[in-house]
Design a protein around this ligand. Structure first.
Ligand SMILES: *[C@@H]1O[C@H](CO)[C@@H](O)[C@H](O)[C@H]1NC(C)=O
Ligand SMILES: *[C@@H]1O[C@H](CO)[C@@H](O)[C@H](O)[C@H]1NC(C)=O
Ligand SMILES: [Cu+2]
Length: 220
């Protein structure tokens, strides 16, 4: 029989993984991969606010870079936006059409572009997820550079994950007023394979996990 402390530690580590709303892998999140889940609902960036005069930046290629997320929800709508505003205070430009991810796990959108005029400037890429438990925010501080890049090994779609373009006025409402739209380039429609995935709180999955672990503990 495993010591209770071991079981509790295992349960807690399971919970901390399972409870992530979503993690922004690329461009690298201001919070790294150990984000503060409880503050992920804080606009505009979750737990941290960037300061482009100090925050380290990562190159983002305006002619095509990739956005890679790991989703804890069975379904989310994604807004990819960007601003040149130092502290991400507003003036957001959409950098990719709204996508609905169906299925838990990794999703990577390749060939995300930004305005060419931004080359040489610092900015913030903001990813907003509209999930069953509300709006969730992550940001990356970037340096806009010319050209394209090859996605790294973090850039993958989990088995069973599907994506389709979606309309979501809540997300569209988070774009800055008066900023030029950059979403006119035609983009091939992602293929739809899993439209039937039911929206379900990941907290439900979590509760199931807790119940299973507790039941397991009771049997010892
Ligand atoms: C908003 O961003 C655009 C660049 O996309 C810039 O030209 C404009 O000056 C900004 N507006 C404000 C109010 O900061
Ligand atoms: C993930 O799926 C989307 C939508 O189908 C697609 O555009 C993207 O290229 C895929 N990502 C990878 C890394 O294959
Ligand atoms: Cu969540």
């Amino acid at each position: 029989m495993a010591p209770l402390a071991t079981i509790i530690a295992a349960t807690l580590s399971l919970l901390s993984t399972a409870s992530a709303h979503f993690v922004l892998l690329n461009p690298p999140s201001l919070e790294g991969t150990t984000l503060d889940d409880k503050k992920e609902g804080n606009a505009p960036c979750g737990a941290l606010v960037p300061d482009l005069t100090k925050t380290p930046t990562y190159d983002f290629h305006v002619d095509g870079d990739f956005v890679s997320v790991q989703n804890g929800h069975p379904q989310s709508n994604w807004l990819f936006r960007a601003t040149l505003e130092d502290k991400a205070a507003g003036n957001w430009t959409q950098i990719y059409p709204l996508v609905q991810q169906a299925g838990i796990g990794n999703y990577c959108q390749v060939m995300v572009t930004a305005p060419k005029e931004w080359v040489g400037k610092k900015g913030v890429i903001g990813i907003v997820g509209n999930a069953p438990d509300g709006l969730l925010y992550q940001c990356a501080a970037v340096n806009f550079v010319a050209g394209t890049t090859t996605p790294n090994s973090d850039c993958k779609n989990a088995t069973g994950v599907a994506a389709s373009f979606v309309a979501d006025s809540t997300l569209t409402g988070l774009l800055g007023t008066g900023s030029p739209s950059t979403t006119t380039a035609p983009v091939p429609a992602p293929k739809e394979t899993n439209a039937a995935a039911s929206p379900r709180l990941h907290l439900g999955v979590l509760a199931g996990t807790v119940a299973m672990v507790l039941a397991g503990t009771a049997l010892l």
